[in-house]
Design a protein around this ligand. Structure first.
Ligand code: ADP
Ligand code: MG
Length: 461
């Protein structure tokens, strides 16, 4: 037993204080700042994250650092586990442990959440900065932008559902909110919900026998914006609720907008009927921005924060950070703050110092297929030849699929090349393998940990 079982919040704050010194500020602000210590007992530290996406990122990308730091602070072995919180619960973490219910301390292993179902209380919250006016259009996002414009000019008439998909930090939520602002301005009723919130409300409504209320609320809206649909994966019950909500809105020509971090065809764990409903709408992707767009975004950003930033600095940042606009913006904030704090001139030299460690993680990801094979085989304790062979026991099969996934995701290799590197598998086998890992990751914490460990080993290789 530990002696500190009752101060999870303070302990976690100490961990955060330590972490703050070890990660870049944008990373801290984006991923760590809004986490809360919920429970710490018997070596298990339950930490609340504001949404599943953050929880997943922390688990996948920062797990080692976090658990090492936690162990240092706690002075003993710690298993850190992330759990999703709603905003009310973040506040509620201030309450004493014996607060009215057990929602905070009794973390449910199933990942079932504990929302407060109050259909009137949760007003639509749109980020006031996410407007069309502030959206910089470039080649990578012009289609998505045009579709979003079309939908907001004629909601429910042209493309419903509109599905926006693309990697993290490329502006899906921004465009979705922009549609929302327009809808509100033209007097339409609107619901914006993350898939998390939708799930929470639905499950809560079922638990309280208030599904009628839930239904009425969702089905009476003119516009439904549902963010990050990939989080419906693995939630069969909510998929049911979503399907009926979707149909009800669709039949009465309401506008539905959905975002996803992967193409609809890759949402394989969603029920077929949902997948085909989504595919039946207009599906547009957002790509990583090209250099011109990155520069334009930086320029716009510098303008909104009223800073005169030299072109060389903008160039430097735009060249260096290319896959995530949130990081791009974060880097500018960071260098501006750094110049401010140190009272120095904002130039490239300063930038180099300020963003040290903020290198685009993708830059380091150029990996070689034989290194992947070696690293994965070692991690799973299987023979390299077995990976390349036909053995189909569970461990070997998963290791093989993991190798495929890494070559594809991190190595950017083609399916055929991957097949060759793995002893001559055909490309459909490789595609299946990659897909299998991708769909299992959100629902399999052990797999996420394996992936993290292997990535770390690859980085060290
Ligand atoms: P996603 O939902 O795709 O993960 P977000 O919509 O949250 O990404 O965008 C991340 C950040 O980048 C936000 O601050 C957003 O305002 C900004 N951003 C993304 N795309 C653009 C763009 N084309 N122009 C200006 N800002 C953008
Ligand atoms: Mg988003």
């Amino acid at each position: 037993m530990t002696t500190t079982a009752n101060q999870p919040k303070e302990l976690w704050e100490a961990v955060l204080g330590d972490l703050q010194m070890h990660v870049t500020r944008p990373n801290f602000e984006t991923w760590l700042k809004n986490t809360v210590g919920i429970a710490f007992r018997d070596g298990e530290f339950v930490v609340g994250a504001p949404n599943a996406f953050v929880a997943e990122m922390l688990e996948q990308r920062m797990y080692s650092l976090i658990s090492l730091t936690a162990e240092r602070v706690v002075k003993g072995p710690v298993e850190v586990r992330f759990q999703v919180l709603l905003s009310e619960e973040v506040d509620a973490a201030d309450e004493p442990e014996d607060a009215d219910d057990q929602r905070l301390t009794e973390a449910e292993p199933t990942g079932v959440l504990h929302p407060t179902f109050n259909p009137k209380a949760r007003l639509t919250t749109l980020n006031t900065k996410y407007t069309f006016g502030r959206f910089v259009v470039g080649k990578s996002n012009e289609l998505a932008h045009a579709a979003a414009e079309a939908v907001s000019n004629r909601p429910g008439e042209v493309y419903s559902p509109l599905v926006l998909y693309g990697a993290v930090g490329l502006g899906k939520t921004h465009l979705m909110h922009a549609i929302g602002h327009r809808a509100v301005a033209s007097g339409l009723s609107l619901i914006y919900a993350t898939t998390e919130e939708f799930t929470n409300e639905y499950i809560k409504a079922i638990g309280e026998g208030r599904t009628e209320e839930f239904r009425d609320r969702y089905r009476s809206t003119d516009v439904l914006l549902l963010d990050d649909i990939q989080f419906l994966i693995g939630k069969e019950q909510t998929q049911e609720g979503f399907f009926h909500t979707f149909n009800a809105l669709h039949m009465t020509n309401r506008q539905i907008v959905i975002t996803s971090d992967r193409p609809v065809s890759a949402l394989t764990l969603l029920e077929d009927r949902i997948q085909s409903r989504l595919a039946g709408g207009l599906v547009v992707d957002i790509q990583a921005p090209d250099i011109e767009t990155r520069l334009a975004i930086l320029r716009a950003k510098a303008e909104t924060i009223n800073q005169d930033v030299p072109q060389t600095v903008l160039d430097f940042l735009a060249e260096r950070i290319h896959k995530n606009i949130r990081e791009l913006e974060g880097s500018l904030n960071r260098v501006v703050a750094y110049a401010d704090l140190t009272g120095s001139l904002l130039d490239v030299e300063l930038v180099k110092r300020a963003i040290d460690g903020l290198a685009d993680p993708d830059e380091h990801r150029a990996i070689l297929d034989y290194v992947v094979v070696d690293t994965v085989a070692t991690h799973y304790g299987v023979d390299q030849q077995a990976l390349k062979g036909r053995k189909r026991d569970k461990k070997t099969a998963q290791a093989r699929q993991m190798a495929m996934y890494l070559m594809r995701e991190d190595g950017n290799m083609g399916l055929t090349a991957i097949g060759r590197a793995l002893g001559g598998k055909d490309h459909t086998t490789v595609a299946y393998g990659c897909d299998r890992i991708k769909t299992q990751l959100p629902v399999d914490a052990q797999l996420r940990r394996d992936l993290l460990k292997i990535r770390e080993a690859l980085a060290a290789a």
